[in-house]
Design a protein around this ligand. Structure first.
Ligand code: SF4
Length: 233
């Protein structure tokens, strides 16, 4: 079995609840979305990746393991397009792992939910992307969250905030998630101000308002992309 992989590298996690952890990132090629803020544009095309076997991936990971290694991050692109490959890899190699997904493929989430320890589910706002794939997107993202909660995966949802993002939009999404997940106490919402941060430095009152609005419904953290501040991948 093979999957298109763009790159495998060791770095420091710069987003979400595992921020600061040393991880090995496995970036798959191919995505089913088209987000305006995408910072991995090249990896959206599945033909951009190199077809890689499970054994090749394992050898590469072993060759870059460091003493401070925490976990593998399966990222992309959309890693769930390669859920069968990841499943077979994790059945063979028992690593702690983080799945970084757009949450749009709950049937694929089911395949991995017993094998992963952490998950980051991107919640896309209507302004985030175009395409014909968004009508029932929030329902699919919520299905994904519920599957992960039921299998006791440590899960957070991430919302990228653009300068155009409205406080009420964020609040509405947080309310919808709270009302439709099985255990709101098990999900944290991470608000991620989009890089570069110049706009947000000048609009901190808006950041506070967004956090307060989400805090009416869910536990909330506001965290920018730290790896970009450190100038690491
Ligand atoms: S889901 Fe992720 S990889 Fe795909 S287009 Fe959106 S930001 Fe880029």
């Amino acid at each position: 079995m093979k999957a298109p992989i763009m790159e495998v590298f060791s770095s420091i996690q710069g987003e979400g609840l595992l921020i600061g952890r040393r991880q090995i990132f496995v970036r798959f090629a191919g995505c089913n979305m088209d987000c305006s803020y995408c910072d991995t544009v090249k990896s959206r095309n599945s033909s951009a990746g190199r077809e890689t076997t499970i054994d090749e991936l394992q050898k590469k990971i072993e060759s870059i393991l460091t003493p401070d290694f925490h976990s593998i991050s399966f990222t992309g692109g959309e890693p769930l397009l390669q859920a069968d490959f990841i499943k077979k890899f994790l059945e063979k190699n028992k690593y702690k792992s983080l799945l970084e997904t757009n949450g749009s493929l709950p049937e694929e989430v089911k395949k991995l939910a017993n094998l992963i320890s952490h998950a980051s589910v991107d919640i896309k706002l209507p302004e985030h992307f175009s395409g014909d794939n968004k009508d029932d997107l929030i329902e699919r993202e919520i299905d994904s969250l519920n599957i992960l909660i039921s299998r006791r995966v440590k899960v957070y949802c991430k919302v990228v905030m653009l300068p155009t993002t409205k406080v009420d939009t964020i609040g509405h999404v947080a309310k919808t998630i709270k009302e439709n997940i099985s255990d709101p106490s098990r999900v944290v919402m991470v608000l991620q101000p989009a890089s570069p941060l110049d706009y947000w430095v000048q609009h901190t009152p808006k950041l506070f308002k967004m956090s307060e609005k989400v805090g009416e419904h869910l536990n909330v953290l506001t965290i920018p992309q730290v790896h970009k501040l450190l100038e690491v991948r």
